[in-house]
Structures are given as structure tokens and as C-alpha cells.
Ligand binder design. Sequence first.
Ligand code: WTA
Length: 631
Amino acid sequence: MSFRINSFEEYQNEYTKSVENPEQFWADKAGHFQWRKKWDKVLEWNFEKPDVKWFIGGRLNITENCLDRHLAERGDQTAIIWEPNSPNEEVRKLTYKELHEEVCRFANVLKNNGAKKGDRICIYMPMVPELAIAVLACARIGAIHSVVFGGFSFSSLADRINDAECNLVVTADGGYRGAKDIPLKVIVDEALQICPSVKKVVTLKRTGIAVNMQSGRDVWWHDEVKKATTEFVAEEMDSEDKLFILYTSGSTGKPKGVVHTIGGYMVYTAYTFQNVFQYKEAEVFWCTADVGWVTGHSYLIYGPLLSGATTLMFEGIPTFPDAGRFWSVIDKHKVNIFYTAPTAIRSLEAMGLDFVKPYKLDSLRVLGSVGEPINEEAWHWYEENIGKKNCPIVDTWWQTETGGIMISPLAGITKTKPSFATLPLPGIQPVLLDEKGNVLEGNNVEGRLCMKFPWPSIIRTTYGNHERCHDAYFSQFKGYYFTGDGCKRDENGYYRITGRVDDVIKVSGHLLGTAEIENAINEHPDIVESAVVGFQHDIKGWGIYAFVIDEHGRTDTDELKKEIIATVNKFMGAIAKPDKIQVVKGLPKTRSGKIMRRILRKIAEGDVANLGDTSTLLDPAVVDEIKLGAI
Ligand code: WTA
């Protein structure tokens, strides 16, 4: 009944056990947690519907496992270290005892403001400890949190609030990101003009800018907590009750509300946190992801807190006040495990070693990478200059839908190979399929990455539309979960993710649907149609190339491009800003009206000599025009 893997041999044994008897395997792991009532049955599953349930009949509250369970043993240990945007502002530290109190207090605030079990609560906040407190307080009262990244615009925020029919929003007056102040409450106010379900807004004072408070709807965090006690008995939840919704982009226009449930997510995030990073007692763990993304959910909040770890939360950005900030924070807080994205590594590499040299970085023991393929060059730079060839790199492959890390080395245990995520974790059964759905057996093969067996934190549904969950993940290859990624398996059985095979692109590690960006661009009054594709970008991994048709024949092209960028900012957020915009007269379409993206991708890559067969196009001449104007 052990939770921790300590050697490669143990990994192999555990992996075998997990495949031969998954129910016994996961029941053992789940036994390490505090349940109000133990489950009656470990697993029921059907990938055709899909319908997956873990730890059926189990009763619990995840926050008792994140907080209460640790109080006796580590009440005075630091749970969260908070590093502010400005290095001159004071660091905050919350012990497990303090975090427990604050979560209970805010749970009371939510209750006092009408929230109850099953409600959806939207959290739109900067990276401050109150964000973690709000997330955990939702879980404590049995409400479903839906965290929306603070970089999304009012329109994206409104879509997400409406899709989940949230009745409460937790936000802040503003947030700091480097030299910028983001006026969060203004954005919330604008969104709420089209969000009828929201009855209350709790606002934290962070930047102190003036905000409008709508009477009856808006209350201040600091006023409300004064009225609340620090005692709150956690709501008893079912293992399969929803814990959170997190929106992610897909091939079609609207983002999908990925739903995770309590029991399985808890067991899997803690298990992967402890094993992948080989977290040791009293170490400081730093995941640089924003809580608005799944990495922040699973490895900034839940995984570490479930494990009684000390987790570092950073409010700012890697380049403020200069490009040495990450390294200075590592030295300042003696970070032992550092988990970031390839795009951050590449952009800091590009800034030069002078920003790294002043720092010792000798507290580091393990380095992690997540969110996109890490190219060999970045891998070596990371390992040499940050890890000083002393720290194993865990290249962790997973997705919002998988809840936790799926394919990854175990730090110091699995032999690494640059740009390979290496081996599946225990419980994970990957298969590679060809386009027709045939399983590619053996090694040295490349295909579409699918999973043939459920793991505890697999997506349960897409909120409010189960059909979409089926169509997006379980319909292409019957009986399998399809990841949307292409993948190679080398001669040693190591996995290397080659990238998306659908119409989503990973831009600076953020998953963006091309259709979603096109919809935003089409909001511009002069644009009748657009097509967005990705092109390889040295720093961001992928950049956004937009082909747009301007119906009014504007001659001020530069101005038009600026307006298009502003439109995308308004309807999606700055993360979706096109890098290149080309105004075209027509798009390459087949006779049935489908845009041939393959051709646009080639043009965006500058590979115009190899466009392939264009004979099925309705009007092959448009291609010549586009080729000429390519940027
Ligand atoms: C990509 C982020 C290569 C992949 C946790 C996946 C990766 C998508 C890696 C999910 C990795 C994530 N190597 N590619 N180590 N990690 N990806 O939902 O394309 O934001 O399908 O979850 O990121 O992105 P998401």
C-alpha cells in the first residue's frame, strides 16, 4: 500500500500492477486520503457514452484533505509563499493553520452571500493568495469553481459565466502584471451587463483603483470577511460531485467547459505530484502557471496542498522588473522544484545569460516543463544553465481534460531524453492509432495519441453539453479517449509528443482554437471572413497568422491591422493577438466551401513552393494572390 515510487524497478512493478488490476491499484492509492465514507465500488466505465465514475459512493470534502488533515502534524508549516509582482512589496506566507482559517472564513462569506452546494462560482482574480482561498472555499461549501484567466477579455469572461450560469463572481479591483495594471472589476462590470445569472460580486482590494460598486450586487472582500467566523464544517460531497469547470479551446468556436469531479481528481493530482516531482518533506515547490489554467489548478493548488507541501505563488511575469526575476525568486525562497513552460524558457534564453549569472540557483533539485513540446535546444539550455546539470528535467505531458500529468519521467528515476515525455505513469495506458483507427503495435511508430483505459482524473463531461464531450474526445476512435495530439514511440518505448493534429494551436503554451480567433476577428465591421493558422515561432512555439477578407477595400492597411488586433483583444484577450495579418481577396476553398487550411499553413510557414495539389480548389487563382502578399 505504498504511495511513493522510489526506484525504476518500483515504477515498473507499479505500472504492471496498475494495468493488471487497476481497481485494486487505485483503491490502494485512494486509501491514503481522508474519506467521510469509503467508496462502495472503485470504477465503472464506458468510453462510448462516455460515462466514467471512480470511487463510487465515496463521501468526502477535498479541502479536508488539503487542509484539516494536515493541521495536527504541520499546522505551522508554510502552505503558501506568495511573491508579489513588485520585488519591493512584502512577501506573504500562510501556514496550513492560517490557510485553513482563511478558507473557512471565506466559505462563510460565500454562504452569507447566498452561495450553496452545486452553485457555479466564477473566479476572475490576479495571482494573490485570496485566489487560492476562493478556490478552496468553493470546494469547502460544495460549490463548483470556474476560474477564468485574468488575461481574458470581458466577452470571453461573459461567455464562460453564461455557459456555466454562475450566480456569484469573485474578483479584485485590479491586478498587477509586470508594469501593467489590469482593471479586473471594470472588465467584470462590462461582462455582467450580459450575464443575467450573476447575483453577487465579491471584490478584493488589490491595486486600490477606483471602482464602481453596484448596490445590492457588489460587496467588498474586506467588509465581508469581518462579518465571518473562521469556523466552517466542510460540506460532505459525493466522490463524483463536480469539483470544477475549466474552459479550454477546441476545434469549434466556443470553448468547452471541462468538468472534473472530486474523488478521482484528488487521488490523481496528489499521486502524480508526489511521484513525478519526487517531492520531499519541507521542500519549496514552484509552479509558475496561472491558476486560470489547469496546471495552476493541479500543481499550484491541489496537488501540493493535498501532499502537505509548500507551494509558491508568483503574481508577476518572468521579465519584470527584468529577465532575471524567475532566478531571483528561486534564490530568494530557496525553491527546490521549479515547474514552468518551454515558452518561458525560450524567451529567457533569448535574453542572454547575463540575467542568469547573478543567481546561485543551488537550491534547485528538480526542473519541470509543461504545456507544449520542449525543443532540444531549450531543454539543454534549461538543464545546463538553470539546473547546472544537477537537476533532472521532467517533461510532463498532459491536458486540461486529463486533470493531471499522464506521460512523464519520474524525477531522478526515469532516464530522461531531451524532447521526450518518456513513459506513461502507472494507471495510464496510451495507444497510438493510425488515421483509420488501427492500433500501431510495437516501437518506432508514430500516430495519434489515445488512451484505452480510464484514469481517476479523466474528464467527466463538458458542462451543460455531454454530447460535445463525446464528439470531441470519444467519437473519432470508438472505445478510446482521443487526445488531439500526434505522438511518436521510439525504439525504447519512449513517447515524444509531436503536436496538435486538430485546429487548435499552442501559442506560448496557451491552447487557442483557430475558429475562436476567427470569430473574434470577424467582429470587426470591415472583415467578412478570416482564416487563422499557426506558424512555427522561435519563442512562442506557434504564432498566429490571420488571412482576412476586407469587404470595404480599405487602403489604410496598417490602421486596419491595428483595429483587428484591438478587436481580438476585446473579444478574446491579448493572448490571442495575431502575429501576422494578411489582407486577401479570397480564401482557398474547395467546391464544397471548405477552407483548405493545409495550403494556408504552408504559406504561413513560407513554404510556398510545396503547396501540393490545388486542383480541387474552386478558384486556384486565389492562391497566387495570397502567395504574393505573404508576410
Ligand atoms: C500540449 C496543459 C508536448 C499538448 C497541461 C496537449 C504538451 C496540450 C506537453 C494540452 C508536453 C502539454 N509536451 N506537448 N510536455 N504538455 N502539451 O489543456 O498538445 O492547456 O494536448 O493543458 O498541450 O494543453 P492544456
